[in-house]
Design a protein around this ligand. Sequence first.
Ligand code: S3P
Length: 172
Amino acid sequence: MKDNIILIGFMGSGKTSVGIKLSYQLKRTMIDTDKWIEQKQKMTVAEIFEAYGEDAFRSMETQCLKELIEVAEKQIISVGGGLPMKEENHRLLKQLGTVYYLRVRPEVVYERLKSDTTRPLLQVDNPMERIQTLMEQRSPIYERCADISIDVSDLTFEEILEQITGEKISCS
Ligand code: S3P
C-alpha cells in the first residue's frame, strides 16, 4: 500500500478545503481527481457529463486512479463524491493509501451547495431531495470503502485536521 492520504465523501463535505489545509500542514502536494480529469480532457466536469454522459466520466475516474497508483506517493488525494460508488475503485483506493471518509449531514451539504452550478447531479428542481436520496444510497458504501470515518458536520477545520494527522495546529 502507498502512503497517500485519501479523502472521500459526499459533494460539499469539505474534501477539497480539508485537503488544501492538510497539504499546507503536512507539506505534501494535493491532487483532486476532478481537476486531474478536467486538465486531461480540457473540459469541466459539467461539460464532460453533458458531452459524453455520466458513465464516461465514471470510467475516467477509474482511469485516473490507475494513473495515480503509478505516480502518487505521500500526497493528499481528494476524490469526486461518486468515485467510491464503483466497487472496482475500492481496491484501487486501498492500494493508494489510507482512506478517510468525511461524513456530513444533508442539510449542511444543501446550505453549502444551494447556489452551486458546477455539480451536474444537483441541477434539479429539488436539490435537497436529491441530496437526501443520494446520501441514503451512498453512505453505507462510503463507510465500507473507508479505513477511518469522521463526522465533520460540527467540527472546525482544526478539529478535522487533528483527527487525520493526530497533531493540534491552528488554521487561522
Ligand atoms: C460527483 C461529485 C463531484 C464530481 C461530479 C460528480 C458525485 O465531485 O465528481 O460532479 O457523483 O457526487 P465533488 O464531490 O468534489 O463535488
